[in-house]
Design a protein around this ligand. Structure first.
Ligand SMILES: Cc1cc2nc3c(=O)[nH]c(=O)nc-3n(C[C@H](O)[C@H](O)[C@H](O)COP(=O)(O)O)c2cc1C
Length: 338
């Protein structure tokens, strides 16, 4: 099945929130869904080892409101990846994405992530096995960098994409900077290697039938729009996470439909209902709330609101009780700011 072509003129990959370890977990994705219905959401990376030998429910459970949601896998064993794709199908994911972009040393020791870009044949075998396992139930996509270490050859990434396209992959998420595999932390690797969007644009020209999504450093709606002139989609990570209210404009602006969020206050009310529910079920609500601390960013009183929600002395209180304190602090803060 050609998922990328679809029937709609709007690509399902037009806009997405990036996979981010420790950040884009289930709670975070539920929060993001209060802001945008159409943006595609990605899980944190889950390794094949964690899935095949760990607690499936912990790694794979998600709520129906999160659709469309993609599971990102880390691994390099075709049979293991295939087994994980079958699990993803059974659990109802909308996509499986293979991580070929993470530069962390832990990931390199496991021989996957960005170092896989040096082994396109192996990745092609992985993708082949994953597509077989999916047997048309969901698309298999790849997230990668534009090069590794100091290599700046366009042919390197073009051949990588070409090899995977030959193996049946038709959706590529291109983090438009190299991964420097030695001497940089993963955080530095998201900041120091220069962004070269033109490489992603060239990939779209060379592979016009593929869906090319560009990622890295995009932080305004105007920048998204600019990218969409060249490629099929934009994926945002840190900006979406830190400035979540920005997402409330996306459904209308990029998909032409009404979004779910009328106001920050409405989003906050729905989010507190969610926090109350998980609190009643015994989950410590700060695990979820930390992903929503940016909701009021940019408005008067936002800092006071965040401070109340982050106050450890309140962590055993019911969320709606903390919410009342936080709102009062925000409003007091906004009056002070006037
Ligand atoms: C905290 C954090 C965790 C990340 N974890 C992953 C991950 O699990 N898998 C992945 O492919 N990329 C991961 N990334 C990289 C992002 O998906 C994205 O490629 C990167 O942040 C660049 O996009 P941005 O500039 O819009 O944030 C992570 C980034 C951050 C900030």
């Amino acid at each position: 099945m050609d998922f990328a072509a679809g029937t709609s003129p709007i690509s399902p990959w037009r806009l997405s929130v990036a996979p981010m370890m420790d950040w884009t977990n289930r709670h975070c994705r539920v929060f993001h869904r209060l802001l945008t219905r159409r943006t595609r959401l990605y899980t944190e990376m889950v390794t094949t080892g964690a899935l095949l030998h760990g607690d499936l429910g912990r790694h794979l459970n998600f709520s129906a409101v999160e659709h469309p949601v993609a599971l990102q896998l880390g691994g390099s064993e075709p049979a293991d990846l295939a087994a994980c794709v079958s699990l993803a199908c059974d659990w109802g994911y909308d996509e499986v994405n293979l991580n070929c972009g993470c530069p962390s040393e832990r990931v390199q020791r496991g021989a996957f992530g960005a170092c896989l870009m040096a082994e396109p044949r192996l990745v092609a075998d992985c993708v082949n096995a994953m597509i077989d396992a999916a047997s048309g139930r969901l698309p298999v996509t790849v997230k990668h960098r534009i090069g590794i270490d100091r290599g700046e050859s366009y042919a390197f990434v073009r051949d990588f994409v070409g090899t995977l396209a030959g193996a049946g992959c038709s959706v590529f998420i291109v983090h438009a900077r190299n991964a420097w595999l030695e001497g940089l932390s993963p955080k530095e690797n998201r900041e120091l290697p220069p962004l070269r969007y033109e490489v992603a644009h060239a990939l779209k020209r060379d592979f016009p039938l593929a869906t090319i999504v560009v990622n890295g450093g995009i932080s305004t709606d105007a920048a998204i729009e600019e990218q969409l002139r060249h490629v099929d989609g934009a994926m945002l990570g840190r900006h979406a996470y830190h400035e979540p209210w920005a997402m409330s404009a996306w459904d209308r602006r990029f998909f032409g439909v009404e979004g779910p969020a009328a106001s920050r206050a409405q989003v906050e009310a729905q989010w507190i209902d969610y926090l109350d529910r998980i609190h009643a079920a015994g989950t410590p609500w700060p695990h979820a709330m930390r992903h929503a601390l940016g909701l009021w960013n940019g408005t008067p009183g936002a800092r006071r609101w965040r401070q109340v929600w982050s106050d450890h002395r309140l962590r055993l209180e019911a969320p709606h009780t903390v919410a009342a304190l936080a709102s009062a602090a925000r409003l007091a803060g906004s009056h002070l700011a006037v």
